[in-house]
Design a protein around this ligand. Structure first.
Ligand code: FMN
Length: 183
């Protein structure tokens, strides 16, 4: 599309996200719908187990040791993007290890970074602060968060019906507030 048809004024936008049960993925797709950014899921060389409890323990161990998982995802030409949205669920009240890996691996110096999140209702924990810490030379804008699934209770995907409509409207309002959409 021609640059003047771009609602964000020609900024090149990447939307990187981690999602296990697709709630954060739906947020990423909503953001893509409004901004026209390129979508990029974060995938691991060795995926987490299907079992929830095993995954929780593995994540807790990785958080304790600071172990950085090798990613399968390779992003070519990340230099060309001006804005990078980073989306993730809250895991153990922290930024999930694969997103820590991503932010360690790629140099986002000089870019605008915008976090977004879903969680089971306990909030973002330290995740947005960790994004700031791991992007010391970037401009980190105010993030977006909404309640997603509660895998512990077998509630996996919630982004449909009214929840989807409400989330879409809330995302639009947020994008306008942070200057990522025309007012
Ligand atoms: C390993 C793991 C740990 C989690 N820890 C938290 C937590 O600390 N707080 C919270 O509110 N939700 C927690 N959740 C729930 C997810 O944040 C929530 O279901 C989210 O919407 C999942 O996003 P997704 O569908 O994009 O994977 C956890 C889920 C998993 C799998």
């Amino acid at each position: 599309a021609p640059a003047d048809a771009n609602p964000t004024g020609g900024k090149r936008i990447l939307i990187v996200y981690l999602s296990r049960t697709n709630n954060t993925k739906t947020l990423a797709e909503i953001i893509q719908g409004y901004t026209g950014g390129d979508l990029m899921p974060i995938e691991l060389q060795k995926p987490y187990p299907a079992d929830y409890k095993t995954t929780v323990s593995q994540v807790a161990h990785e958080n304790e040791t600071g172990y950085l998982l090798p990613l399968k995802t390779k992003i070519e030409g990340i230099e060309k993007y001006d804005v990078v949205f980073v989306g993730f669920p809250t895991w153990g009240m922290q930024l999930p290890p694969p997103m820590k890996s991503f932010l360690h691996q790629y140099n986002l110096k000089g870019k605008t970074i915008i976090p977004f999140n879903t969680n089971a209702g306990y909030g973002i924990g330290s995740s947005f602060d960790t994004v700031k810490e791991l992007c010391p030379n970037s401009k980190v804008l105010d993030g977006f968060t909404t309640k997603g699934g509660i895998e512990r209770d077998g509630i996996l995907y919630v982004m449909e019906g009214n929840k989807k409509t409400e989330t879409d409207a809330a995302v639009k309002k947020w994008l306008q507030k942070i200057g990522m959409l025309p007012q």
